[in-house]
Ligand binder design. Structure first.
Ligand SMILES: [Zn+2]
Length: 287
């Protein structure tokens, strides 16, 4: 039988015995992890229940899915250097804006580089693309997932673009999806659930649709299909190419977002006077 370890007496006067000291680092890491878990869980709920962002799958099949993997710290650093994500963003493993709650099937599709999620700035929606044309996922293709672009912890669109480039690089012969609706609808289950909610609640929208206002910006008008769009079904297009113009649109919307500003605030020290903090707030462009 192993001998029981004893604490040598007398106990030290100025602190706990060796091996029992306060482990500030591990507690700090735990606190960061708790914050991460809490914020992702709060964001990815539907009617107060955690659900898959794509299909609405229930709690018992949900997993956390990272956009940029923890091992890709150089990519993360590059995104910061280029001002694609805020310099104040936490590490990839601890940044809620780099993670999503997905069911096992959609985590497999996303992290297995078979699907894409693209932020569409003019409609403020995150659209799901079944890039690998999986028959089981046809019904979710070209429809928005339940992410509120106004959420303070909405995922970074630039991180999703890096993921998209990986998918395209790994599937170079996949045909470009030409069946993305100009006006992106929400996933069917979200619309059905909202109908049921409105019926039960005397016409009120459910919390998600209330939060987003149930539509894109009032001045949004879908562009006219190009003349060369032979073969495109009416009302359909491909994903806008990631040229300088479209990339700039995505980045401009990202930098103006509540999520970007909240990330900067979280990562900034506010120990100054009220005047100093107000000046810092202005300097960081948070007004
Ligand atoms: Zn799912």
């Amino acid at each position: 039988m192993p001998t029981l370890e004893t604490i040598p007496l007398p106990l030290p006067i100025n602190g706990p015995p060796a091996g029992f000291a306060y482990d500030q680092r591990s507690i700090s890491q735990k606190s960061t992890s708790d914050y991460f878990d809490q914020k992702v869980a709060e964001r990815d709920t539907w009617n107060s229940e955690p659900r898959c962002l794509v299909c609405g799958g229930p709690r018992d099949i949900l997993q956390l899915s990272y956009i940029i993997q923890g091992s890709e710290d150089r990519t993360w650093a590059d995104l910061k250097k280029r001002n694609y994500i805020p310099e104040e963003a936490k590490s990839p493993q601890h940044e809620p804006r780099n993670a999503m709650v997905l069911c096992t099937e959609h985590k497999f599709a996303f992290q297995g580089h078979k699907s894409i999620i693209r932020f569409v700035p003019e409609q403020r929606k995150y659209v799901y693309i079944n890039f690998n044309r999986s028959p089981a996922d046809t019904n979710h293709h070209g429809k928005a997932i339940h992410l509120n672009a106004n959420d303070h912890h909405a995922p970074f669109p630039a991180a999703l673009l890096i993921h998209e480039q990986l998918v395209r690089g790994l599937c170079p012969f996949n045909e470009e999806p030409y069946d993305v609706p100009y006006i992106i609808p929400f996933q069917d289950w979200m619309i059905e659930d909202n109908c049921n909610f409105r019926f039960a609640e005397g016409g009120n929208c459910n919390p998600f649709f209330n939060a987003i206002g149930n539509r894109g910006p009032a001045n949004f008008a879908p562009p006219a299909p190009p003349n060369s769009s032979v073969g495109l079904a009416p009302g359909m297009r491909s994903l806008p190419p990631l040229d300088q113009h479209n990339l700039q649109d995505i980045l401009s919307a990202t930098r103006a977002s509540a999520s970007w500003k909240a990330c900067v605030v979280e990562g900034t020290s506010w120990n100054g006077t009220a005047e100093e903090n107000a000046e810092q707030y202005r300097r960081l462009g948070l007004l």
